[in-house]
Design a protein around this ligand. Sequence first.
Ligand SMILES: CCCCCC/C=C/CC(=O)SCCNC(=O)CCNC(=O)[C@H](O)C(C)(C)COP(=O)(O)OP(=O)(O)OC[C@H]1O[C@@H](n2cnc3c(N)ncnc32)[C@H](O)[C@@H]1OP(=O)(O)O
Length: 719
Amino acid sequence: MARYELVKRSVALITLTNPPVNALSSPVRHAIANSMERALSDPKVRAVVICGENGRFCGGADIREFAGPLRGPPLIPVLEAIEAGDKPVVAAIEGMALGGGFELALFCHYRIAQSKARLGLPEVTLGILPAAGGTQRLPRLIGIPAALEMITTGRHISAQEALKLGIVDQVTDQNACETALEFALKAVGKPLSPRRVSTLTTPCPPDLDALLEAATMQVKKKTPGVMAPLACIQAVRAAATMPYSKGMKRESELMATLFNSGQARALQYCFFAQRTAGKWTLPSGAQWNNSKPREIRSAAVIGLGTMGRGIVVSLARVGISVIAVESEKKLLENGRQMVIGMLERDAKRRGVSASLNLLKFTLSLQDLKDVDLVIEAVFEDMALKKRVFQELSKVCRPGTLLCTNTSGLDVDALAGVTDRPHLVAGMHFFSPAHVMKLLEVVCGPRSSSETIATAMSLGKKMGKVSVAVGNCPGFVGNRMLKPYLDQATFLLEEGATPEQIDKALEDFGFAMGVFRMSDLAGLDVGWRVRKESGLTGPDVDPKNPPRKRQGRRYCPIPDMVCEQGRFGQKTGRGWYKYDKPGDTNAKPDPLIQNLLETYRSRYGIQPRNISDQEIIERCLFVLANEGFRILEDGMAARPEDIDVIYLFGYAFPRHRGGPMFYASMVGLERVLERLEHYHQAHPDVPHLEPSALLKKLVACGSPPVQQWREHIKTMRSHL
Ligand SMILES: CCCCCC/C=C/CC(=O)SCCNC(=O)CCNC(=O)[C@H](O)C(C)(C)COP(=O)(O)OP(=O)(O)OC[C@H]1O[C@@H](n2cnc3c(N)ncnc32)[C@H](O)[C@@H]1OP(=O)(O)O
């Protein structure tokens, strides 16, 4: 787990060997301790260099170890032996020095970084804090403001920034290990005391209290209800106000409050879930590690609406040439100007030049004959999409992949009108497509493994978190959204207000409650879909009793809001009122209150007090319940995929882990019992009826979320 060599006759070279990221697992900690002891006791050794194998210094603690009882030597005494020794120790940082890996480097007397290396303390993103001295040592080295920013955000910094801040002593374009060996020899004989970070005094700014108060306000605003950043601030305060040893004790006490918390478990689950989600499978046995993606050099995007424009930008900024197609000259010109503006702003922000030369705009599908891949992003209308796919089938060369950005229509029906159904898949981006990280890759029954591998790999290239899903109405994300939105409107009927429901969801951790979010997204889109599917408008069967469709409960309040021209922020009125169209500051609207009161009295509904607990349970348990059904139907391969979709596509609070993880944290038995209770109270809401999988898992003793897959195996899978 660490290699020990004597090089240049007098330098001990300790190489961490724990692929893939040389994490500080128990055997690695053991090996560092033994190697240091050997180096310090060998009279031939005059200096020590620590590096990592395969160009990666160290990715920090082995996060998998956090789930069980801590075994092996604790890290801090191992690191203290490095600092206290009488021989200079140099960290040779290639690739990354993160978390405990960065702390290891901070215990060394010198740090040399390769110019491409990244450094940081990302513990806060895992719900903990840098507890191997990071909160006490970094402030001593670079001062409170810079340390506070790095520790509370978990941001990775470049080697150049690390040099500027005084974290590393030298940056090299050469091999960091070679440079560190030379450096170590020159350090022999120089006094080590000033190089021991623990002996430094933290430079204390005169306005410390104000600084920490401002940081506290900032994290409370940015991540309300999240504990770790607040604990980080308290630990940094200790670095400024306490001697080193007392500060270390405080750091360890604060870590104890976080380490076993539900938030830490959720955030660490999110880390692994995100990596698991990339590992797609198909019923044929094809999967992520046995299917080769095609290289995509050129693409076309059809439709330059909001989605199409975002997709063009996402492709062009990673170097793919794009032909953008519109149906009318005016729409094309408008789209062109907006895409260019977006790319220019994006390039300015990233300090690069805009890749405008990769773009071509056209009115003719004939121009697409040679592209590698097409993404159709026209209006959400099946007949129109079918016409486009038929045309593409004629125009594009036989090997071109044809993808659709539909948010829920049948991908296989589109495949069926082409001459190449195996080369058709869904690539469902989320709005705005150049900002949102999620991509649902929809695997139709006839999509080939090469098609799915290519769509997943293209998503990764664009910086998206891609998740493979099955082909069912709404796929995974939007299919689950419907029962969630339904519950919110049923709660309005029963006596709640939009403000109350939003507040309960925001207190839970959502950045925006369901009604504020709907106002932002625009209410007219859903209204149009409901009209088209005959749920509202002139096509409604007059035999339907009020507030019922196809025997199920239906809430017409969202339709009534739209009938008044209230489409959300863009019209200045929606579930809330705004000072003017486009404003974002939502204010409660007495007209909505009136509408609700009139509605309730028309239907003889006696409003009741609804608790926040009921709001959370009904909205979120029904969301998870649909997730269980999706797993049963084989439309998502595992709960982690569903959670990743909700984290990245629907802003589910990360410290809650996602709807499926949240259900497991609440306890599946409790979720089942509450769903049964609510279904009994509302038998005309089938989504409240507990799913078979939920019942099965409870009957099996509610296994942890990572084991659910074993219980789904026997059921059918589309993935
Ligand atoms: C309990 C002992 C006492 C310790 C006391 C000190 C406490 C210190 C706290 C910490 O150090 S917490 C950990 C801090 N480090 C991080 O948060 C880094 C996490 N990793 C990453 O950000 C990235 O993985 C990376 C290092 C930047 C590499 O990115 P890349 O895109 O190249 O690869 P990935 O696909 O992300 O990862 C590859 C593979 O490695 C697994 N992995 C990565 N980091 C860790 C880790 N720290 N522990 C365990 N496993 C890790 C990752 O899950 C992937 O695994 P897979 O099976 O191939 O999916």
